[in-house]
Design a protein around this ligand. Structure first.
Ligand code: HEM
Length: 229
């Protein structure tokens, strides 16, 4: 083993963060995100986006019983992260009592959810990559999306419509993220497997970009942000 290898000397939480920071910048500046945060989208786009999240979180949270027993994934499955009940309340608010009838995954959403489900079934460490990419993001940039949505579409602060972004069971998000990073640092897999997890994290970002691009194609015309709002 090479004691000077960055993979060995850098805590895994720092490694995955650094290795995915370019992908993070990309997803953050997709035209859908830019348009949403710039106040250029209507509530219909936000609703469609939230529907796509429902399919993603159904895949993330749909098979957690086996994952809870697994030594690699088990420590990450904290009940206070669970988002499905919140998503369903938001969707009932956005789409009315019959919201389930009208929701359809975009092709990119189907591919994303299928990849999460595949990892959940076959590759616990790969599932961790998806878990990290979504939940740590929701606890971070998700809060910016919430503030924008409340202002743009008049949702009550932390109320129906934006409950997905509200983690009632997490009083101190900064402390929670520190603990989460400690779990990443203690991930019981070897360095090669950690590299694969980093790759899967990049893939998770790419899958998010694909969903956001399809949403832009639906709501943003040519998919590019307008030069001026
Ligand atoms: C425009 C939308 C977004 C904004 C403004 C944003 C902003 C941020 C900010 C400020 C942080 C740092 C928080 C901290 O250090 O505590 C962060 C972290 C993170 N974001 Fe985003 N983000 C956005 C979208 C996304 C999306 C769509 C994803 C995933 C698909 C994502 C995944 C993450 C992850 C995984 C982290 C944690 C990185 C780490 O510390 O290991 N973000 N985001």
């Amino acid at each position: 083993m090479d004691a000077h290898s960055p993979a060995l000397s850098t805590p895994f939480s720092a490694l995955i963060r650094t290795a995915s920071s370019e992908a993070h910048t990309e997803v953050q500046h997709t035209s859908f995100m830019d348009d949403m945060l710039g106040g250029r989208l209507g509530v219909a786009a936000y609703r469609r986006y939230t529907e796509q999240l429902w399919f993603v979180y159904r895949a993330l949270e749909g098979s957690t019983e086996a994952l809870a027993q697994d030594p690699v994934t088990g420590p990450f499955l904290r009940p206070e992260l669970t988002r499905m009940p919140e998503l369903e309340r938001d969707l009932a608010h956005l789409g009315g009592a019959g919201w389930r009838d009208g929701i359809r995954p975009l092709p990119a959403t189907e591919a994303y959810a299928a990849r999460i489900a595949e990892c959940a079934r076959e590759w616990p460490a790969g599932y961790v990559a998806h878990h990290y990419t979504r939940y740590l993001g929701d606890l971070s940039g998700g809060q910016i999306v919430r503030g924008t949505a409340e202002k743009a579409w008049g949702f009550a602060r932390k109320g129906d419509g934006v409950r997905f972004y509200v983690f009632e069971g997490i009083g101190n998000p900064a402390a929670f993220k520190r603990e989460y990073r400690a779990l990443l640092d203690a991930l019981p897999v070897d360095d090669l497997e950690k590299q694969r997890v980093v790759e899967e994290c990049r893939r998770a970002y790419a899958l998010n970009v694909a969903v956001l691009s399809e949403l832009s194609a639906e709501f943003g015309g040519d998919g590019r942000s307008p030069l001026s709002a």
